[in-house]
Design a protein around this ligand. Structure first.
Ligand code: UDX
Ligand code: ADP
Length: 458
């Protein structure tokens, strides 16, 4: 079945909105897709040769559809007014102040988008939650829309995105599932079907799951919490491996062979990063606390505690194996993004590792071909949770002290002061990985560019 001629507008042209809309445009030539954003720089980049995000395969998809049925614009009001289906994919950072600071999601951007939709809508609209939000956000959004609607009918759907960065296009082409939650009223069911028809252009119907709104919202938080929990589990085991002489790669391989456990997401690492895992778990923790479920909240909190422990354990290991000090020692960091095949540095463990090493006065030199120097310097200057609050993101002034050196060449980053000053093993450089074994180093490298950290002794 083909979709009817619909107009889609997506509010928020970021890591989720941009690739998702590009793929919808590619797979549904009869649908007009417009992505809008308040950031002029982002929209300009989406319309240029240099897209604002690096994602394998994205360039080709965008170039194929741009100007045909895919458009990017800052004229938010005009395109919201014209659309039948509005996806909202704005940022939902962790609150940095006020009630729930450090845990709850900051819904300011969502609320602004909802008020704007209510203001400009003159005909009925389906509003789709795309960015991850706390459970029951749809209810709050519905209230805003209905109270300001002047007779227009809004249907709210939750359609969380499960794509992972670095494989976004592949994931969008061939999703494990598409999840659509809606109200269980006749109008709600109709809206769910309308969105289902869009995805049915390329996703087999048995992979499109429909649920109620709250199940869809919670499934997204739960899926990310489960994935992060697996990584914290294997990272916890990696600490025990190092203490006992077991090899975490061998252990992970052995337990992954159990079909009930499965082999994926069992690579020990410096800790998980990215914009979702920590934020979504903190969100889950906050919701549990609000519902009087402290035991459940504490259970999930420990997933983050182990992640923080893994990052600091790594720094401590580097420092202790350099005679307990890295002061004035040149340390090269190869890869700064939170995983391979992306330039995204949000919550990258590299930030905590570099800050830890800088705290011991190391001279850190960073190489990452996908990340600009400004981004790296800014990330290292920001406070916890400030990264997704554009209000805190002032460009660095020329006179500001830069915490690290950044090079555009990997060899340059690893160049030491005196190559002849040798370590006890007779080599002038050392590499650390999370488990410390060469074997883990190799397998880890295929998992993330942010995982190989070279240290050159003075
Ligand atoms: C994640 C979810 O996978 C995706 O479904 C959701 O929509 C968004 O959050 P993403 O953060 O883009 O996607 O990347 P992912 O591949 O999940 O990796 C997250 C972090 O976990 C990275 O830092 C990665 O290096 C780390 N990781 C992953 C491990 O440390 N070990 C593993 O075995 C897998
Ligand atoms: P994600 O990884 O969830 O896609 P991003 O931060 O990459 O998050 O993208 C969110 C985008 O939403 C940003 O480009 C931001 O400028 C945009 N945005 C935030 N609020 C609004 C709004 N009210 N209207 C339009 N765009 C918005």
């Amino acid at each position: 079945r083909r979709s009817k001629m619909v107009k889609i507008c997506c509010v928020g042209a970021g890591y989720v909105g941009g690739p998702t809309m590009a793929v919808i445009a590619l797979k549904c030539p009869a649908v007009e897709v417009v992505v809008v954003d308040i950031s002029v720089a982002r929209i300009t980049a989406w319309n240029s040769e240099q897209l604002p995000i690096y994602e394998p395969g994205l360039d080709g998809v965008v170039k194929h559809c741009r100007g045909r049925n895919l458009f990017s614009s800052t004229d938010i009001e005009k395109h919201i007014a014209r659309a039948d289906i509005i996806f909202v994919s704005v940022n939902t950072p962790t609150k940095t102040r006020g009630l729930g600071a450090g845990k709850a999601a900051d819904l300011t951007y969502w609320e602004n988008a909802a008020r704007m939709i209510a203001d400009v809508a003159k005909a009925d609209k389906i509003v789709v939650e795309k960015s991850t939000v706390p459970v029951k956000t749809a209810e709050a959004i519905e209230k805003i829309l209905i109270h300001n609607s002047r007779g227009v009918n809004f249907q709210i759907l939750s359609n969380p995105e499960f794509l992972a960065e670095g494989t976004a296009i592949k994931d969008l082409f061939n999703p494990d599932r598409v999840l659509i939650g809606g109200r269980e009223t006749p109008e709600g069911k109709k809206a769910v079907q309308a969105l289902k028809q869009v995805y049915a252009n390329w996703v087999p119907e048995d992979r499109i799951i429909t649920t109620n709104l709250w199940s869809a919202e919670l499934s997204k938080l739960a899926a990310n919490a489960f994935l992060a929990q697996r990584i914290s589990s294997v990272n916890a085991i990696s600490a025990l491996c190092e203490a006992t002489g077991a090899d975490v790669a061998e252990v992970a391989y052995a337990i992954g062979k159990d079909t009930r456990i499965g082999p994926r997401f069992l690579s020990a690492s410096v800790g998980f990063g990215g914009s979702c895992f920590q934020k979504d778990i903190l969100n889950l923790v906050y919701i549990c606390e609000c519902h009087g479920l402290p035991e459940v909240a504490n259970y999930w909190k420990d997933v983050i505690k182990i992640n923080d422990y893994q990052k600091s354990r790594f720094v401590n290991r580097v420092v202790s194996s350099m005679f307990n000090t890295v002061s004035e020692k040149k340390i090269a960091v190869l890869g700064f993004a939170f995983k391979k095949d992306t330039g995204d540095t949000r919550e990258t463990p590299a930030i905590d590792v570099c800050k830890g090493l800088l705290g011991d006065k190391a001279k850190v030199c960073i190489y990452d071909p996908q990340v600009t120097e400004e981004q790296i310097q800014r990330d290292l200057a920001l406070n916890k949770f400030d990264w997704d609050h554009p209000v805190h993101l002032q460009p660095m002034s020329a006179t500001e002290v830069k915490p690290v050196a950044v090079t555009r060449d990997a060899y340059e980053a690893t160049k030491g002061r005196t190559a002849s000053a040798s370590s006890p093993s007779g080599t002038s450089s050392r590499s650390w990985t999370t488990s410390g074994s060469t074997r883990a180093c190799r397998s880890r490298r295929s998992c993330s560019t942010a995982a190989t950290w070279w240290i050159r002794r003075r």
